[in-house]
Write a new protein. Structure first.
Lengths: 204, 204
């Protein structure tokens, strides 16, 4: 064999080794600014509180709720099944791995929409696509699910269906405790029957 | 070992391989690319420094200050129907168009973005920030809050308005808060009072 050929082979093997040493490229490809703008314009990334409530109640296995608030806020209260990834840790490697799980729908939520939206923009830029935002956050959750406004009588029947859904969802999330105050009121309903008084006791 | 003589062909081969390797290491960058990494953007977002309250915008306009340029990100239709004085309309879909980018880059002033609400202004702000715009801010509350003319409470000015918890979530989910009970169930059944019958009607 020619020396030159051996040399080139060695060089090629050396380069192959270098390529092997290169840090593994992440599977996700970063979105260009233009692609990110298109994604920002797309409002389908927002899920309503009703949609999220339906998924929780239906125990949708693909749902992964991610609470992006601070750990102390999370400890005080969080939605059932939610995991806590504070916004400042959203770009940590193991957290990105969680968000990257393809088979799940990752729904960010916070008190409002801003922090969830920021988590979404940052992960979306890095190419994570299966991510959503619960619009309005926990504030909207209380306003729609926990104290749903009664639709006006002129509202279409869908509004009443939605209202009924919210009432039962509220009961579900209160874990059946909602019935307790109702029980307290029941004694009010019981009107003790008056015994008929003998109308004419002292007859002739 | 005998010294290997390199001829032109060998050098050409090595150059070609190096070229291939450099292609792996340096992926081509598009014309407009991010100047900030996602992590740098996250740090800026957490600092919450790039927010302006509607009150301060209003007072600056009243004073006739022109140290800032207001950019209205809403649709041209919304803009025509009403906008903040001297605001320039750049609808969100056109944000990255060359003319608009040139316009924004050549502003020697602070750029203050606003949309319908704070949430809709947030993602475009993040996009421009990541493209390297240093002097770009976003108005809290958005146009919807601005037109109410309300002052922003001191404790939330400077933070994200949208992210303030408006409820004590725990109490709503525990169900021991009377407000969570829809009004319907609170209604007590009206028990008509019986009129006292004259006890001894047929007396002696």
């Amino acid at each position: 064999m020619q020396k030159g050929t051996i040399f080139l082979t060695l060089v090629a093997i050396g380069i192959a080794f270098l390529v092997w040493l290169l840090p593994e490229r992440p599977e996700k490809t970063e979105l260009s600014p233009k692609e990110l703008l298109l994604a920002i314009k797309d409002e389908t990334r927002f899920l309503s509180t009703d949609e999220v409530a339906t998924m929780i109640i239906g125990q949708d296995p693909s749902l992964q709720l991610i609470d992006v608030r601070e750990p102390d806020e999370y400890k005080k209260f969080h939605l059932p099944g939610a995991i806590n990834i504070p916004l400042e840790k959203i770009l940590d490697e193991q957290n990105l791995e969680l968000v990257g799980a393809e088979e799940q729908q990752h729904v960010f939520y916070s008190n409002g929409t801003i922090r969830a939206n920021q988590a979404w923009v940052l992960t979306r830029r890095l190419g994570y696509g299966n991510t959503y935002i619960m619009k309005g956050g926990l504030n909207r959750w209380v306003e729609t699910i926990m104290i749903p406004p009664v639709p006006p009588s002129s509202a279409p029947s869908e509004a009443f269906d939605q209202y009924d859904f919210r009432l039962s969802a509220c009961r579900y999330f209160q874990g059946g405790k909602a019935t307790a105050p109702v029980k307290k009121q029941t004694p009010v309903k019981v009107v003790p029957r008056r015994k008929k008084k003998v109308t004419a006791s002292g007859g002739c | 070992m005998k010294k290997i003589q390199l001829n032109a062909n060998h050098w050409a081969g090595i150059l070609l391989l190096l070229l291939v390797i450099s292609g792996f290491i340096f992926p081509n960058k598009p014309a407009d690319y991010y100047k900030l990494s996602a992590k740098e953007m996250l740090r800026i977002a957490l600092a919450k420094e790039d927010v302006v309250t509607p009150d301060s915008i209003r007072s600056m306009i009243e004073k006739g200050e022109d140290s800032f340029t207001l950019v209205d990100l809403r649709t041209p239709m919304d803009y025509v129907n009403g906008h903040i004085d001297d605001a320039v309309n750049i609808p969100l879909p056109d944000l990255l168009e060359k003319g608009n980018q040139k316009f924004l880059k050549n502003q020697g002033k602070t750029i203050v973005l606003y949309a319908d609400d704070e949430v809709k202004g947030c993602a475009p702000w993040m996009l421009l920030k990541q493209l390297g715009y240093k002097n770009v801010k976003v108005m809290l509350g958005g146009y919807n809050y601005y037109i109410t003319g309300k002052k922003m409470p001191k404790e939330i000015a400077g933070k994200c308005y949208d992210e303030q918890p408006r409820y004590n979530y725990v109490s709503y989910f525990k169900g021991n808060n009377s407000i969570t009970q829809p009004k319907k169930t609170l209604l007590k059944p009206v028990v008509p009072r019986r009129k006292k019958k004259p006890t001894a009607s047929g007396g002696c």
